[in-house]
Design a protein. Structure first.
Ligand code: GLN
Length: 307
């Protein structure tokens, strides 16, 4: 019998296509060139099965969905206590780009830019290029194919990312990062510019759902304690100042990016990726959020729902 999943996913995509709310991010000029009508959805299961719907072959930049993976590598390299010395785990209730530190002088969590920049600096590497290459290999291993930087997005973000550059200098001034902030920010911009599709992202999410073991290759990429930590901060902080709303309505650990992607992970069950470029005021994809709401409700995926 033919699986009912592809037709179901296609229906979810078509049901959100009438929604023209929100706006494409334009503070990174290259992102403003995205086609706002693109809409895609993908799921991947821990056994490696993957199902795609909509514009699943459209590539876009990973942006903040890279942050939990970078956090995972920083934990692997340094151990969790050393990472917690530099970056907290409390939801900030603030926008993703807020320039703020907690009472002990740390960024509040690794999902906002300040915390993500600090996390990037904790990844081991002799220099900026090596640090980024280790991250690119990690994202690629999770996706199951070789990923590369969208140079146009990188150049555009590097030319206009003054706020993030300022954040790098602030973090250096309070000794949260201990190397050249300009190098760190450059690596962070590259990290955000890695090009993916929902098919890649669903497999990356499924790797987390599978405790760090890539479903298709069987490679143990991340230790299960690192994955548990990544999913915990995704649950409390992944959707920025909409995290409480998201957890109560959708109930799936998730992370969004300003190019319009959202990944969601249910441990042991499923990796989900949605994409559509128009964003709400929190910087989360409008149609992406709507597709997740529908999946969660239709399939009883909310973490707090009885099985
Ligand atoms: N590269 C983006 C930035 O630093 C990432 C933000 C995001 O995806 N929310 O502004």
């Amino acid at each position: 019998m033919q699986s009912p999943i592809p037709a179901y996913l296609a229906r979810v995509v078509s049901q959100v296509q009438a929604d023209v709310g929100g706006a494409v991010a334009d503070y990174i000029p290259e992102l403003a060139t995205a086609d706002p009508e693109h809409t895609a959805l993908a799921i991947a299961l821990p056994d490696g099965h993957r199902y795609l719907a909509g514009d699943a072959d459209v590539a876009f930049s990973i942006q903040s969905m890279s942050k939990p993976f970078t956090y995972g590598l920083a934990i692997t390299d340094n151990g969790l206590p050393a990472v917690l010395d530099k970056v907290g785990v409390e939801p900030s209730g603030e926008a993703f780009n807020e320039i703020s530190l907690d009472a002990s002088g740390r960024p509040r969590n690794p999902m906002i830019n300040a915390g993500a920049i600090a996390t990037h600096s904790l990844v081991h590497g002799a220099d900026s290029a090596q640090r980024f290459e280790r991250l690119r290999r990690l994202y690629s291993a999770c996706a199951g194919r070789d990923l590369s930087v969208d140079e146009r997005v990188y150049t555009s973000e590097a030319a206009t990312g003054h706020r993030n550059i300022a954040m790098g200098h602030l973090l250096r001034s309070v000794n949260i990062i201990d190397c050249d902030p300009v190098d760190i920010i450059d690596g962070y911009f590259r990290q955000c510019s890695v090009e993916v599709t929902v098919a890649d992202l669903a497999m990356m999410a499924a790797t987390l759902a599978n405790g760090g073991v890539q479903p298709l290759t069987g490679e143990a990429i991340l230790d299960r304690h690192a994955v548990r930590q990544m999913l915990s901060v995704m649950t409390t902080c992944g959707m920025y100042d909409a995290a409480g709303d998201w957890l109560s309505v959708v109930g799936i650990p998730a992370k969004s990016g300003v190019a319009g992607g959202i990944i969601g992970v249910l441990p042991g069950q499923i990796g989900i990726a949605a994409f559509s470029p128009r964003l709400d005021r929190h910087g989360n994809s409008v149609r992406g959020v709507a597709m997740f709401e529908r999946l969660s409700d239709d399939l009883g995926m909310h973490l707090m729902e009885l099985p």
